[in-house]
Write a protein that binds this ligand. Structure first.
Ligand code: B12
Ligand code: SF4
Length: 479
C-alpha cells in the first residue's frame, strides 16, 4: 500500500516509528509537511500572517502527486481542527481512506470517528496496529487490535489495544522521512529510550494510556535495552550536534541509568537534554548525568502546595527534593528549566507567593509557565466537567482559577522573569506581583525562551529554523 503521512511543522517520533513499521511490512510511505506558520496549535495564531504564509496549495499538490491509498494523521487535541479540515479536502481529491492516531483519537475515538473525514482511528501506540490495518485493507478480515472503523454510520471496534511489549523488537525510527521533507529536522537527534511513564498525573496523557492498556496486561512504562539505544546512535551516518531524549521521565529507572550513562559517554559522547521527575534520588544522579554529557533538563514542579499537588494533580513530589535537585543539577553545570501550571481551580495568591519565594531561594535557569488545559479523557478534565478552556488556552488563563485573569498574568510574568533577575532583587520582586502587571504576554515568553540560548533549547532552535526555511521558500514562490 501507499501510505501518506500529513503532518504539521514538528518532527514526530511517533510517525517515524510508524513509517519504519510499515516499510518493514513492505509498504511505501511518504510525508507531506504543512508547516502551519503563524498558527501554533495551543499557543498562538495570527490569521493574517497564517493565510499570507499558507502552504495549503503545496500540501494538496504534493499529496495528490503521491497517489496515496491511505492518509495518516497524528493528532493532538489542538491540532485536530487543522487535521480534520485538511483530511476532508484530501479525501475528496484523492479518494484515499483516512486513519487518525495519537493522543486525541486515543482519548476521544468516538468523537473523531463521528467526523466524516475519519474512516479509522487508532487507539494507543500504532507500531503493530497500523501495519495490521494496512494488511486488513489489502486482504480483508476482522479489524485489528486497537483499530476502530465504521460501517454504514455505525462504529465497529477491533479488540482492545495491545501496545508493543518488547521495544527492542521494533524497527528503528525512519528519520529520513522528516529530514527529506525539510532540512530543519537534521539539527539534533530526537530519541526515546522508553514508552510510557511510572506516574499518572491527572492532567496528562499517561493516565489515558494506562487505562487503554489495562486489558492487554502490557505495562504502561517500558524501556528499551541500553544496547538497543546505543546501537541506534552508533549507527548514524553523521553525528548530530546533540541528542534530545523525549522519554516522559528519563530518570524512571535508576538501575538502567547506572548502566547506560557510562556506556553512552564512552560510545556516543554527544551532549544531551532530557525530561526528569524531581524524586528523592534525582539530586544524587546530577553528577553522573553531567559526566555523561547532559547539558539541560526540564523538570516538572507545576505548583507549590505539596498536598494540592498530590490531591488535584496526582503528582507526589516533595519541595525539599525539588530544591535539592535544582541545586545539585546546576552545581553540576546542567541548565535547569522548571515547568509550572497556573490557572488551577484551587490556587490562591498565598500559594503563588510561596512558589515565587521558593524560586527566589532555589532558582532554576529558566521557568516555563503554562495555563491549565483540560485535555479530554484525563482524570482532571472529568473532575472539572462543565469547565471549558479558552481557545489558545496554554497561553492565556481560561478562568479555572478564582484569581482574576489580570492577576494571573502578573504572576505569569513574575515567575517567567524571576530567574533573569539578579539574585539580590529576586526576593524583593517575588513579593510584588503588582510590579509585573503590565509585563505579561507572549512577547515576554518568547524573549525568555530566546534568552535561554536557542542552540541549547532543542525546540526553540527547531522553531526558528522551521520558520526561516519555510518563509524563504514562500518568498521564492514555492508555496
Ligand atoms: C515530544 C512532545 C512534543 C514535541 C514533539 C511533538 C510531536 N509532533 O511529536 C513538541 C515540543 C514539538 C511538542 C509540542 C506540543 N505538545 Co507535546 N508532547 C510531546 C511528548 C512529551 C512525547 C511525544 C512522543 O514523541 N512520544 C513518543 C512517540 C513514539 O509516541 P507518539 O507520538 O504518541 O506516537 C505513537 C502513538 O501515539 C501512535 N500514533 C501517533 N500518531 C499516529 C497516527 C496514526 C495514523 C496511527 C495509526 C497511530 C499514531 O503510534 C505512535 C507510535 O507508537 C507528548 C507526551 C506523550 N507521551 O505523547 C506530549 C504531548 C503530545 N504534547 C502535548 C501538547 C499539549 C503539546 C503542545 C500543544 C503544547 C506543549 N505543551 O508543548 C505543542 C503542540 C505542537 C504542535 N503544534 O504540534 C500533549 C497533548 C495533549 C492532547 N490531548 O492533545 C501531550 C500528550 C502531553 C500532555 N500534556 O499530556 N510536544
Ligand atoms: S510525570 Fe510527566 S509524563 Fe509522567 S504522568 Fe506526570 S506529567 Fe505525565
Amino acid at each position: 500500500m501507499r501510505i501518506l503521512f500529513v503532518h504539521n511543522g514538528y518532527e514526530s517520533l511517533g510517525i517515524e516509528y510508524l513509517s519504519a513499521a510499515l516499510k518493514r511490512a513492505g509498504h511505501e510511505t511518504a510525508l507531506v509537511i504543512d508547516p502551519c506558520l503563524f498558527d501554533e496549535a495551543g499557543f498562538w495564531r495570527s490569521p493574517a500572517l497564517s493565510s499570507l504564509f499558507s502552504f495549503r496549495g503545496r500540501v494538496l499538490r504534493q499529496a495528490e502527486a503521491f497517489r496515496p491509498d491511505l492518509l495518516a494523521f497524528s493528532v493532538f487535541t489542538d491540532t485536530w481542527p487543522w487535521a480534520r479540515a485538511l483530511a476532508a479536502e484530501l479525501k475528496a481529491r484523492t479518494g484515499a481512506r483516512t486513519v487518525f492516531g495519537g493522543i486525541h483519537p486515543s482519548s476521544v475515538p468516538d468523537e473523531v470517528l463521528a467526523d466524516q473525514a475519519a474512516d479509522f482511528v487508532c487507539l494507543g501506540e500504532g507500531d503493530l496496529a497500523l501495519p495490521a490495518l494496512a494488511a486488513h485493507l489489502t486482504a480483508g478480515g476482522p479489524l485489528p487490535a486497537g483499530i476502530w472503523g465504521k460501517k454504514g454510520g455505525t462504529v465497529v471496534k477491533g479488540p482492545p489495544p495491545a501496545p508493543p511489549a518488547d521495544l527492542d523488537a521494533l524497527p528503528l525510527p525512519d528519520k529520513e522521512l522528516f529530514s527529506a521533507a525539510a532540512p530543519v529536522f537534521s539539527d539534533g537527534y530526537l530519541l526515546s529510550s522508553s514508552r510510557g511513564c511510572p506516574h499518572s498525573c491527572a492532567y496528562c496523557c499517561n493516565s489515558v494510556y494506562r487505562e487503554l492498556y489495562r486489558a492487554s496486561g502490557v505495562p504502561c512504562l517500558r524501556r528499551r535495552g541500553a544496547e538497543n539505544v546505543l546501537g541506534e546512535l552508533e549507527g548514524l551516518a553523521a553525528a548530530p550536534g546533540f541528542v534530545h531524549f523525549t522519554d516522559e521521565v528519563f530518570n524512571s529507572d535508576y538501575g538502567w541509568l547506572e548502566k547506560f550513562l557510562p556506556l553512552y559517554k564512552a560510545r556516543v559522547g554527544l551532549p544531551f537534554s532530557c525530561f526528569v521527575f524531581p524524586d528523592a534520588r534525582l539530586a544524587a544522579l546530577a553528577p553522573a548525568l553531567a559526566a555523561a554529557g547532559c547539558f539541560k533538563v526540564q523538570l516538572g514542579v507545576q505548583r507549590f502546595d505539596e498536598d494540592k499537588r498530590a490531591e488535584l494533580l496526582g503528582r507526589r513530589a516533595a519541595n525539599a527534593d525539588i530544591a535539592a535537585a535544582i541545586k545539585a543539577l546546576r552545581a553540576a553545570g546542567i541548565y535547569v528549566t522548571c515547568d509550572n501550571i497556573l490557572d488551577l481551580p484551587d490556587e490562591s495568591e498565598g500559594e503563588l507567593a510561596a512558589l515565587a519565594a521558593f524560586y527566589a531561594e532555589h532558582t532554576p535557569d529558566h521557568n516555563e509557565v503554562f495555563f491549565l488545559r483540560l485535555y479530554p479523557g484525563t482524570p482532571l478534565a472529568a473532575r472539572c466537567a462543565g469547565r471549558a478552556d479558552a481557545p489558545g488556552g496554554l497561553m492565556r488563563p481560561s478562568g479555572h482559577s478564582p484569581l482574576p485573569p489580570g492577576r494571573q498574568r502578573a504572576w505569569f510574568s513574575l515567575l517567567t522573569l524571576l530567574p533573569r533577575l539578579p539574585a539580590p532583587l529576586r526576593r524583593f520582586a517575588a513579593a510584588r506581583p503588582g510590579l509585573f502587571r503590565l509585563a505579561g504576554g507572549l512577547g515576554l515568553r518568547a524573549l525568555s525562551r530566546l534568552l535561554s540560548r536557542p542552540r541549547r533549547d532543542f525546540h526553540t532552535g527547531r522553531f526558528l529554523r522551521l520558520y526561516k526555511h519555510f518563509i524563504f521558500a514562500k518568498l521564492k514562490g514555492h508555496g
